[in-house]
Design a protein around this ligand. Sequence first.
Ligand SMILES: Nc1ncnc2c1ncn2[C@@H]1O[C@H](COP(=O)(O)OP(=O)(O)OP(=O)(O)O)[C@@H](O)[C@H]1O
Ligand SMILES: O=P(O)(O)OC[C@H]1O[C@H](OP(=O)(O)OP(=O)(O)O)[C@H](O)[C@@H]1O
Ligand SMILES: O=C(O)c1cccnc1
Length: 475
Amino acid sequence: MQHIFSTDLTSGLYTDMYQLSMAHSHFNYNRQNEQVVFDYFFRKQPYDGGFTVFSGLGELLPLLQEFKFSDRDIDWLHKNGFKTEFLEFLRGFRFNGTLHSMREGEIVFPQEPLVRVQGNIVEAQLAETVLLNYLNFQSLVATKAARIKLVARGAALSEFGLRRAQGLGGMFASRAAFTGGFTSTSNVLAASIYGLPAVGTMAHAYIQSYDDELEAFRSFAKVNPEGCVLLVDTYDTLKIGVPNAITVGKEMEQEGHKLMGIRLDSGDLAYLAKQARQMLDEAGLNYVKIVASNQLDEHIIKSLFEQGAPIDIFGVGTNLATGKPDAALDGVYKLSMANDEPRLKLSENIKKTTLPGLKQVYRYSDDKGNFIADAVALESDAVPVAMHHPYEPDKSMSLEGYSSEALLQLVMQNGEPTNAPTSVTDVAAYATERLSKLSAEHKRFENPHIYKVGVSKQLLDLRNDLRSKYKKESL
Ligand SMILES: Nc1ncnc2c1ncn2[C@@H]1O[C@H](COP(=O)(O)OP(=O)(O)OP(=O)(O)O)[C@@H](O)[C@H]1O
Ligand SMILES: O=P(O)(O)OC[C@H]1O[C@H](OP(=O)(O)OP(=O)(O)O)[C@H](O)[C@@H]1O
Ligand SMILES: O=C(O)c1cccnc1
């Protein structure tokens, strides 16, 4: 009997069935050496926001390196109708493609390619599902984390989501939360794998298991005097919980320790935080921090500060780890070249017609380093000095006078990463630095100003030529 925990997740079967059926067919027609290019991009900002934090690359690259078909995988495919010669080909399969990508932690926008995958048609197609699975979810959660950080006024942010996450996705949620700006996690396995600070307070069950809350606090503090946070809302926050925490805090001082904090997990968090702060301060425990949790998100945290809540640390679980209220980032993977020919996918909806060709993305900044606009261009273009609206081509914008940087950088060549892995701490620092260059209008939660992403004239012309060609063919 197999279980997920007895399964190697680098298995080539971690894909959708149609990828294998297509690969089988390509192999059958001896097309496995045909070269293609795919682009990864998304169409709609999550949370009706103005930006996305690109996350997940640091897990994707090592996965692609290891992606392979084991004897067990081959056996399963054999039982499911795949031909022997194809299975022999898969037995020796390795991903040898080349990737250009935005740096992990980059602030990104709809329509622009975030990753460009070049390789043979089989490897590039087989990479699709896992690439989308890794990048869509981690970017969704990293963006949520960054939105929370924007309103957190420097408070520490701890990710508490494992219990409410979509199963094993909780591992990636913890990683992504950190890349987006959280400072710690309660998820011990994620902390140990990714080198994150692991933190924890205590649960109601611990207090309920004693006859008396004071006795529970005392026993816990004795064993955990460092970083001790007492949960004060089990019976009555202000009448019982905070006074008991003060008693234990004073007792800890006698022992040469300091109570680190109290945690509020229900009720009116602003009111309770103010009252608790006053009680702690009057008892001489002004160093004791106030931790808040309970279905928090960026809107509630913003409101709590506007109400003057003296909260030092937020624990955020459900809304962060699940990307609530958005179930997914809508990132897609579309073919843009085949055998050196640009390709596009037509749609009745011009917004869904893809951008053909081998492309680069340029970011333009003013002399203070603030982001102004992004232009998608053909790699063969000179750096554009003007760009057009992707769907209303009469609208154009001059890019003269701004500095530009190419955002898609080589990250994997012939299946090998080109750089040493980046730590999640470095990714988080990069995301913070880049987000600081995006104006407040693009970062506000209500009707954020839409960041301009345009296309070069040559790319627009190429798309129009191909559209006309395919439209004519379909007449
Ligand atoms: N001052 C506040 N301003 C805005 N939102 C708040 C404030 N205090 C708490 N909240 C939020 O309001 C929601 C309160 O949820 P709910 O009505 O379930 O209360 P509760 O205190 O958790 O109840 P229970 O005691 O049953 O657990 C939570 O999401 C919480 O974060
Ligand atoms: O509200 P979230 O943002 O998802 O944060 C995580 C929640 O998980 C815990 O509650 P739970 O009732 O599961 O356990 P407990 O008995 O320890 O409170 C904790 O007390 C938080 O309220
Ligand atoms: O440490 C905590 O307080 C914690 C951890 C996970 C979920 N809720 C709370």
